[in-house]
Ligand binder design. Structure first.
Ligand code: EPU
Length: 332
């Protein structure tokens, strides 16, 4: 168990927001994780689990211990695969395809780790993790116990799960199990992806993966080059009455019927139309590649990032009467 004092937070997250953590440690296995949390409990130190840091914004310094999960390992049993929390998500997706299993290809190139993926129920190009995840193993520090949670236990919804609600700070995901397919079944409901195959249908999951990678590289800024946390806002879910009101006022507005039973708006479109694209404040910018993404080329603090987010929310609210919800986890 190695604990480092006064660690820079910037390199630990893809948003690269400046700041410092009082303590930092890595947990490469479950025993180290238990020991670190026990240490924090005994010394009354706050602790915060981190994976790849791709969906997190620290708002200033963190007066506690950041514990980065680095545990590795993946197993296959038929079409069921399990990966440890510290595995890189995209490496894991590539490995499942190499194994001849499909299902996760639409979720290619999403930054972050396997353990973080269920927290926000990652989704892209018409597929959500919840459709393929079978169960997670979690560690409960309060009772010092490991338990399995089923998909239903996780209360998945659009970019949401029990890990963002009741279980915040109470459970640590240590491994995730997926039920995949041995027979390839293309999922091309998302128009931008379907366009890639208008001439010839894909013959393999690897072809879909390659297309998703092409689209993402073209449309989203690479966090390894320009710091960002992916989509900074959720696409708002609205009622049928609100959808009617907006369509009559803004006939071009993209509105999609959502599986949750409501209507979903495109946050990127709202931000764009509210004149926020390329908006910049103190080194933080609304990406000119994709209006949903805030970039932090100047490696400004979380407070500066959140100030720009508030400005975007205000302008969208003034123009459309819609409130945008922040998507990454904000840690104060
Ligand atoms: N649009 C604009 N301006 C822009 C970009 C997009 O007006 O600058 C409009 C266009 O009308 C476009 C529509 O927004 O057709 C939708 O854009 P896109 O296909 O990029 O999808 P999204 O709804 O903006 C969501 C996810 C992404 C995911 C893509 C693809 C959320 C919050 N975001 O974005 O997820 O990759 O769909 O499935 O649901 C992430 O969560 O970090 C993330 C990148």
């Amino acid at each position: 168990m190695v604990i480092v004092e006064q660690t820079e937070l910037g390199p630990l997250t893809t948003m690269a927001a400046s700041g410092c953590s009082r303590y930092f440690a890595e947990a490469g296995n479950a025993d180290t994780l238990r020991a670190l949390i026990r240490h924090c409990q005994e010394k009354h130190i706050r602790w915060q689990i981190l994976g790849g840091g791709s969906n997190v914004v620290f708002n200033g310094n963190f007066d506690g211990m950041v514990i980065r999960l680095t545990m590795k390992g993946r197993q296959r049993c038929g079409s069921v695969v399990t990966a440890s929390a510290g595995e890189g998500w995209d490496e894991f997706v590539a490995w499942t395809l190499d194994q001849g299993l499909s299902g996760l290809e639409n979720l290619s190139l999403i930054p972050g780790t396997v353990g973080a993926a269920p927290v926000q129920n990652i989704g892209a190009y018409g597929v959500e993790l919840a459709e393929l995840m079978d169960r997670v193993q979690v560690y409960y520090p309060e009772s010092d116990a490991f338990e399995e949670l089923s998909r239903a236990d996780c209360q998945f919804a659009y970019r949401d799960s029990i890990f963002k609600k009741e279980l915040v700070g109470r459970a640590v995901i240590v491994s995730v199990t997926f039920s995949l397919r041995e027979t390839f079944l293309p999922r091309l409901d998302y128009p931008i992806l379907a366009d890639q195959f208008s001439v010839k249908a894909p013959q393999s999951a690897a072809e879909v993966r390659a297309a998703v990678i092409r689209i993402r590289q073209r449309r989203l800024p690479d966090p390894a080059v320009i710091p960002n946390a992916g989509s900074f806002f959720k696409n708002p879910l609205i009622s049928a009455a609100d959808a009617q009101r907006l369509i009559s006022e803004w006939p071009d507005i993209p509105v999609h019927a959502s599986p949750e039973g409501d209507f979903k708006l495109s946050a990127a479109w709202l931000i764009d139309q509210a004149g926020c694209k390329r908006l910049a404040q103190d080194g933080v910018k609304v990406s000119d590649q994709h209006a949903l993404v805030l970039t932090n080329p100047g490696r400004a603090s979380g407070a500066v990032v959140l100030a720009l987010a508030t400005e975007v929310q205000q302008r969208v609210s003034d123009r459309f009467g819609i409130s945008l919800e922040i998507e990454p986890v904000v840690i104060s």
